[in-house]
Design a protein around this ligand. Structure first.
Ligand code: CO
Length: 285
């Protein structure tokens, strides 16, 4: 692993917005609409976590997507996915689902439990303009297929996308080069890793708290906060006590116009109108 010489500092701390989506699932929108340009190519990040069935039981019945990719990381609980192309899968216990909506499909994501904890993340990753209408693609990745790396004492990283040391995660996207790491501190420790210059990056803490170390000093990122990292610097350096856990996201910006209408993300208003028309006419999935 190449060393980090100029670790990035926290540009700002972001508190997510409590909201509801689907048929009434309570979640925290960590990456909201107003951060789409700043965190290009990431369009959205939702965190959900509850032990109350009322918060998740309604699930996400049939709905369309076009123009981007969704990555679902299911930490705890059981969620069944079905889509209009005949794909079906059960996500549980650290499994990941990677779906490239491309030109469009209709899918549902429904809980398969009536009690207990449901916890995880859904990330929306943009596609470059020339791939927005590509053939849809779908992949279920069991947790056992995700590389687990121990880059330093007390630190365990699950690699979902990008690479840590020499271990590459199953999700690789040429144009956006996403990194998606789940960093768990099993003891007090420090994790540092290069991030390509110019790539947009952030940390979201979901257990304990994590300190971002840089030349600007030490910035604590508490639980349920995003630490949005500045674009200068060649990597990140995190320290935390045992029990802390955070996800790290980084990606190469596309620098293209972003036009969103609900579940459709295109480059222009005309393309959005076309998406709505295609959906209404049954031409999606
Ligand atoms: Co969806």
């Amino acid at each position: 692993m190449s060393a980090v010489h100029r670790p990035r500092r926290v540009e700002r701390l972001v508190r997510g917005q409590a909201t509801q989506d689907g048929a009434g699932v309570r979640l925290t929108r960590v990456l909201t609409h107003d951060l789409q340009q700043r965190l290009d190519p990431f369009l959205m990040l939702d965190a959900f976590g509850s032990d109350s069935a009322d918060d998740y039981i309604a699930g996400f019945p049939d709905h369309p997507h076009r123009g981007f990719e969704t990555v679902t990381y299911m930490l705890q609980g059981r969620m069944r996915h079905r889509d209009s192309r005949g794909n079906e899968g059960l996500l549980q216990n650290g499994d990941v689902q990677w779906m490239t909506a491309g030109r469009g499909l209709i899918h549902s994501e429904m809980p398969e439990q009536e009690e207990g904890v449901m916890e995880g993340f859904q990330l929306w990753l943009n596609l470059p303009s020339h791939l927005k209408l590509c053939e849809p693609r779908y992949q279920d990745i069991p947790n056992t297929a995700l590389p687990k790396v121990q880059p330093s004492a007390g630190v365990e990283v699950t690699v979902i996308a990008g690479a840590v040391e020499d271990k590459a995660g199953p999700i690789q996207s040429e144009h956006t080069q996403p990194a998606f790491w789940d960093v768990r501190f099993t003891a007090d420790g420090t994790f540092e890793h290069p991030i390509a210059e110019g790539h947009h990056a952030f940390v979201y803490v979901y257990r304990g708290s994590v300190t971002v170390l840089s030349d600007a000093g030490a910035q604590e990122v508490p639980r349920e906060r995003m630490g949005l990292l500045d674009n200068a610097g060649d990597g990140l350096r995190l320290s935390a006590k045992a029990g802390a856990q955070a996800i790290v996201l980084a990606g190469k910006p596309l620098h293209e116009p972003i036009a969103q209408y609900g579940p459709f993300v295109m480059n222009t208003r005309e393309q959005l109108m076309q998406a709505v028309e295609d959906f209404r006419a049954g031409r999606m999935g």
